[in-house]
Write a protein that binds this ligand. Sequence first.
Ligand SMILES: Cc1ncc(COP(=O)(O)O)c(C=O)c1O
Length: 362
Amino acid sequence: MNPQTLLEVDSPALLVDIDRMRRNIQKMARFAKECGVELRPHVKTHKVPAIARMQLEAGSKGICVQKVSEAEVFAGAGFENVFITNEVVGRQKLVKLVELAERNRISVAVDNEANVHEISNQAKEAGAEIALFVDVDVGMHRCGVRPESAPALANLISRSEGVSLGGIMGYEGHVGGAKNDAERDRLCRASTDSIARAKREMVRSGISVESVSMGSSVSVWTNAKNPDVTEVQPGMYVFNDGFLMSNKVASPEECALTVLTTVMSTPAPDRAVVDAGSKAFQFDMGHYPSPLERKGLEMIKFSEEHGWLKVSAGAKTPALGERLRFIPYHCCTCVNQHDWMFGFRGEKVETVWRVEARGKMS
Ligand SMILES: Cc1ncc(COP(=O)(O)O)c(C=O)c1O
């Protein structure tokens, strides 16, 4: 498989507009610098070490992942500073975590005392050290302690062997569900208020807080400006997608990731079917992808290998065999459906990346 041009790429296939992606990487790096915060991009979005390297070259401090098995892929590719922004629970995972920490700088989120004890015991036994970040619930109500409970957990971390206090983190993913700008602003403010409160209470208890890490691709544009935030961890900005367009933080011209499809059936003038459905796009957010630069077409239904296109009255029905590209609604889960990514400029395929951390869910 070595296509030289887009025409030679079989479909469905994941395409990356290299110039757009580089612009996205640079825009976020520049913005973080202007705000005086460190940027630690979440690489769960692209899952490709070569792309993470571009983010580091643009000025990132390290990388974030969500899973130990993702951390293994990136550590194996030479990334020594890896933050697992997620709780790691269970013996099998902890054994792997400590193995990683023996050779790399590993940070992990925690929100439970028993978990701190487990990580501490495991790390102490191996002579490793792991930085723990107190995960604070900043309004998403997923994981995380309440802000006022952060000092107790931080104290326990400071007293435990094999671990050190890395700082505090929060993930305000719920901001992306805001109905309008006013609600988005309110949720951003509430999330930074929560993390600031956790920090304040820790400082009051005599704990120094080195790092305050938060920021999704939606909220980062507001929250990176908050004086309490020292680091941001957005992921999807690298590609942008339908979700970020619907949140008005990306334009179609800033979307770097598309899925290439082929029209495989034209059963009626108002209907065409492409060879890519939920298997190629995913459907975790319940929204369909948007056609790229093509008016009068709307994806209205998926089965696993088919995408139904509604052709508006007056619009041209796509021809059998025609190749159409679509911007996925959620880039992270779409990427996880594919083994390869084709990086292109113009019509030329410049690079083919293996999606190395694809399927790393443990
Ligand atoms: C803890 C955490 N941090 C950062 C991110 C990246 O945020 P986004 O995908 O909105 O850019 C995620 C994404 O799920 C996350 O769960």
